[in-house]
Every structure is written in C-alpha cells, then in structure tokens.
Design a binder for this molecule. Structure first.
Ligand SMILES: Nc1ncnc2c1ncn2[C@@H]1O[C@H](COP(=O)(O)OP(=O)(O)O)[C@@H](O)[C@H]1O
Ligand SMILES: [Mg+2]
Length: 232
C-alpha cells in the first residue's frame, strides 16, 4: 500500500519549551487518520509541520516521494499549493470572491488552464451539494456551506493529503457529522487521504485510525489496518 506521508523523529521547540519530542507517524493512501489529545498537546504544531506551514527543528517529512523538509522556500510553496490541501476551523475564504472563484484560486496559481480549473471547481461544488451556491460570496453562505467550499478549495489540485485542523470546531454537531461523512465519501470516491485534528472523540471514531497525542509525543497509535479501498 502506498505510503502518502511519513514523519520521522519530528522535534519542535519554542524557546525552552519542546512542543514535539520525536513524533513518528505513517499515513497510507486513502487513509483517514484523526489526531486527538488535550489542548496544548502539540496537535496543531504537528499538523502545521506535516503540512509544511511550519518547519521542524529536526526530523524528516516525506510526502509521497518528496522530502518536503529539504525543499527550498520557492519549491516548497509550489509543492504545498499542488500537493497539499488544508481545511481550518474557520473557512478562510476570501470575502470579495465568489465560492467558485475561491475554489479556483489554487488551481489558477498552479498554472492549470483557467477553463479546466473552472470545470473541475464546478464539479467539486456540485458533488458537495453546492452547485446553487457557486456564484455566492462567502458572507451569504451558512457555516456548513462555507466549510464545504473550503473543502472543495482544498481538493482542487487533487492533493496527496488534506490536512484539517479542528474543521468542525465552528459547526454544530449535525454539521460536524456531515463534514466527517463528506470526508468518508471523498475517501471512497477519490481515494483521498486525510489527517484531521479534532476535539470530538465521536467524530474521531469514524476515521480509520485515531492517534492520541500527549505532551508532544504519540501516546497511542491505532495502528495501520488493511484498507480494502486503498488499492484504487
Ligand atoms: N508560535 C508559538 N510560540 C510559542 N509557543 C507555541 C507556539 N505555538 C504553539 N506553542 C505552544 O506549543 C504547545 C502546543 O500547542 P499546539 O500545537 O497549538 O497544541 P494543540 O493544538 O494540541 O492544542 C502549547 O504549549 C503552545 O502554547
Ligand atoms: Mg490546536
């Protein structure tokens, strides 16, 4: 089974505080991994480092075949835009652009033909139940709709991994469950790989594997299972 993400001995310090103390983690293609743990355990720090938004003090991160910790800033920015998707607690959609444009922007930045990006963005919005919302500005969308647009934006360049930090943190429990159902559906339909930080144990249990972080280390790793859909 293809390994999409491998983190080896990740260490991160802020001044005297060692936030990550040698984290090891492996994620297979089409796997949905949830990271749980109490506030301050280092979950966001780890997710940002895995997603190349932050750099470790030591350790290696491989996404598919690329040692991302060795990339120079310009190459890293290109890699991040084309291989990694992000969904945060707040949707971070650009307010002056429509839902469709927000989804398209990472595709346009990647240099893909404008019309091809738009076709894919419309398809994504449709499959996420947002066809009627394509031309709406973010402030006219509900919280759940805006978060689904953010998911479509994360998927536009067909990333190797989508990282999500508390993606349901700003949604009620029904919308939160819907978002996790959507992640499961995207895994089934597209073989999409997800790494999700969440406070919600119930939602975490819907994923393939739950990783518990404690004091900057993986305290418990549910272990890699055989994933029947991962051969796609
Ligand atoms: N930029 C930073 N500077 C200093 N300390 C930080 C910074 N980011 C996070 N921390 C500290 O690192 C620890 C882990 O934070 P974080 O990864 O956000 O935890 P979690 O997401 O699990 O709640 C906390 O003690 C936090 O205060
Ligand atoms: Mg956090």
């Amino acid at each position: 089974m293809l390994v999409m993400l491998r983190a080896e001995q990740i260490v991160k310090r802020y001044g005297d505080l060692t936030v990550l103390k040698g984290v090891n983690l492996e994620v297979k293609k089409a796997e949905i991994v949830s990271i749980v743990g109490s506030s301050g355990a280092g979950k966001s720090t780890l997710l940002h480092i895995l997603g190349t938004l932050d750099t470790p003090d030591s350790g290696a991160i491989t996404i598919r075949d690329t040692r991302v910790d060795l990339l120079k800033p310009r190459a890293l920015a290109v890699f991040r835009n084309t291989h990694i998707g992000f969904v945060f607690q707040f949707h971070h959609l650009l307010p002056e652009f429509s839902a469709l444009e927000n989804v398209c922007i990472p595709g346009w930045l990647a240099g893909t033909r404008k019309s091809a990006v738009e076709v894919r963005a419309r398809q994504l919005l449709k499959s996420l139940g947002l066809a009627e919302r394509a031309d709406h500005k973010p402030h006219t969308l509900s919280g759940g709709e805006a978060q689904r647009v953010a998911v479509a934006r994360a998927l536009i360049n067909q990333p190797d991994v989508v990282f999500a930090d508390e993606p349901t943190g700003n949604l009620d429990s029904i919308r939160g469950k819907e978002l996790h159902d959507l992640f499961l559906q995207l895994r089934a339909d597209l073989g999409q790989t997800f790494v999700i930080v969440t406070h919600n144990e119930e939602l975490a249990q819907m994923s393939d594997r739950v990783i518990h972080m404690k004091d900057g280390l993986v305290a418990e790793d549910g272990g890699i299972k055989d994933l029947p859909w991962a051969s796609k």
